[in-house]
Design a protein around this ligand. Structure first.
Ligand code: ADP
Length: 541
């Protein structure tokens, strides 16, 4: 057989030629602006020429500080295709973390959305290696350049550049893109994707029993491009010619509902909190969601109540599990064929089945492998061609290296069981599990049970110190608007859903669950609030 490099340049050539008519739609508030994959290909060539002019000649890092939009897609393609490395900066990181990641990755250029200039301006003077900032869809004069940094207008920089670029042949194992994951301890950790890993991962995204992305799809990409590469949707779209609907900065329920009405996506990807928000809006303002047939939901456990609510609206939620370190697709929950809806449901609420390229094992505290019997609970470890082998510039023995086993598997920090037929059932993240009197309580199971109460919009559960049991659960509840209930009522609602000893006695009502930079429950902040006494906690006996 011939040898061919699996590269982003080939993906770009393929997508812009064979699927030149596929659309990229960027929401602008009330309406959309549009381009095609053919135009994206030409714009990528212009951007590559412009970046060459700014000194990007080899594998320099080009940062993006951007929403999901047409220009971010152009950067996704142009930067790796020209042999450089795309570094998507998470715009919601704390300033110190942004400084850390930009300096650690040694970004040379940063592309910034006009609306994000004020945010970048605060940290730019601390970016030690950045020499050029390119303002996309905004006024470059609004950014005061620190010494040694030149600010450019994207439009002017690309103006007059050729529509074609001689994309170099790169080794498929060369770095193409990188994302930092917000570690719970220490500094954020860099995960570097290769051309090969992105290509193989894209093929997986398109497989039928995975996200099944195809040229017939219009994919609403809500999961940010700075969060685990938008779950691989942009690259996979180029592979099969699926049109992309990019929400830009309009991520609130109202504009998302408007986008769905106007642009008719057939599939979408987002974390559960986005769907919770949309559901609350649809409760008040019903809307036909057709043809949105499916939504891939992951990033944190999808509450079964959310899945059931969207079933009623005609949208099948497909539960998936993954992490920045796994590109991110790890498992997707497609029930085995031929089951009754009731039996299929038991599979749908699990985190999903591992594909051929992702190997999985469960280990106990002593590192012994556990059986796949849906009973034995241990830490999940993964291996495969799109699973990280190490963090960027973290040497063996340094903080972060412990996430990789001596035989090279990724220790996920997720705890759960696996069914004999390879479905993952996560019970918790190891750091969120509540250790009560020597037994483990799954915070996720409790959350799901509380969230199935009709008055509850959201519920987050954390462990709080307890003299007798060492830890006990505290439930922080957000009520649906106009609804009322009491801790005692909620506790009795749980009595037939969880074991008696797990019934939480500590309850608090809050306006909103604090969220992390990527929209997950921020249990660190909730724990801090519980510890400093700022929550009004009811203790039932
Ligand atoms: P962060 O650690 O900053 O949240 P990631 O986005 O990489 O960064 O998060 C990966 C983690 O998200 C997983 O290790 C897991 O704990 C959680 N996760 C992802 N998908 C699911 C899911 N379907 N169910 C439960 N937890 C999930």
């Amino acid at each position: 057989m011939q040898d061919g490099q699996l590269s982003i340049a080939n993906l770009l050539r393929h997508g812009s030629r064979i699927h030149g008519g596929a659309e990229v739609v960027t929401w602008t508030g009330a309406e959309a602006r549009r381009s095609t994959f053919a135009e994206v290909g030409q714009e990528a060539a212009r951007l590559a020429h412009a970046l060459r002019g700014l000194g990007v000649t080899s594998d320099q890092r080009v940062g993006t500080f951007m929403w999901n939009n047409n220009e971010h897609l152009v950067a996704y393609l142009a930067v790796p295709a020209m042999g450089a490395v795309l570094h998507t900066l998470n715009i919601r990181l704390f300033p110190e973390q942004l400084t850390y990641v930009a300096n650690h990755a040694e970004d040379h250029v940063v592309l910034v959305d006009g609306t994000l200039v004020p945010l970048l301006a605060k940290v730019l003077p601390t970016f030690e290696t950045v020499r050029h900032v390119v303002v996309v869809n905004g006024d470059p004069s609004s950014l005061q350049a620190p010494e040694g940094v030149t600010v450019h207008s994207y439009a002017e920089l690309l103006d007059g550049q050729p529509d074609e670029f001689e994309w170099p042949v790169v080794d498929e194992n060369a770095a193409a893109a990188m994302c930092y994951t917000s570690g719970t301890t220490g500094d954020p950790k860099g995960v570097v994707y290769t051309h090969r890993s992105i290509w193989l991962h894209s093929m997986q995204v398109c497989m039928t029993d995975s996200m099944a992305l195809s040229q017939a799809d219009r994919a609403l990409v809500i999961v940010p491009q700075f969060h685990a590469m938008s779950w691989g949707l942009p690259y996979a779209a180029l592979m099969v010619g699926a049109s992309l609907i990019m929400p830009d900065r309009f991520l609130q329920p109202e504009p998302l509902a408007a986008m769905i009405a106007a642009e008719k996506p057939t599939m979408a990807g987002a974390v559960p909190t986005i769907w919770q928000g949309l559901l609350a809006l649809l409760d008040q303002k019903p809307q036909d969601l057709a043809p949105l047939g499916r939504a891939v939901v992951g990033g944190s456990a999808c509450p079964p109540s959310l899945m059931a609510a969207f079933d009623k609206l005609g949208v099948t939620i497909i539960h998936a599990w993954g992490m920045t370190e796994t590109s991110p697709l790890g498992s997707v929950s497609r029930p085995p064929a031929g089951l009754s809806p009731e039996d299929a449901w038991e599979y749908r609420i699990l985190q999903g089945r591992f594909p051929a390229s992702v190997r999985a094992r469960l280990v106990d505290d002593d590192g012994n492998e556990l059986p796949w019997d849906n009973e034995a609970v241990g830490e999940l470890e993964c291996a495969g061609p799109w699973v990280a082998a190490a963090y960027y510039r973290v040497e063996p023995g340094q903080e972060g290296s412990e996430k990789f086993s001596p035989d090279g598997w990724l220790r996920t920090g997720d705890v759960g069981a696996i069914t004999p037929d390879g479905f993952l059932r996560l019970t918790d993240r190891s750091k969120d599990i509540i250790k009560s009197g020597g037994e483990w309580i799954s915070s996720v199971d409790l959350e799901n049970a509380v969230m199935s109460h009709p008055a509850v919009a959201e519920a987050a559960v954390i462990g709080v110190p307890d003299e007798k049991w060492s830890e006990r659960p505290l439930v922080a509840v957000v009520l649906r608007s106009g609804e009322k209930t009491t801790p005692a009522e909620l506790q009795s609602f749980l009595s037939d859903k969880v074991a008696k000893w797990q019934l939480p006695e500590n309850w608090t009502f809050i306006d909103e669950v604090p969220k992390t930079s990527v929209g997950k429950f921020d249990k660190k902040r909730l724990r801090a609030a519980a510890a400093d006494g700022s929550l009004d906690i009811a203790h039932l006996t």
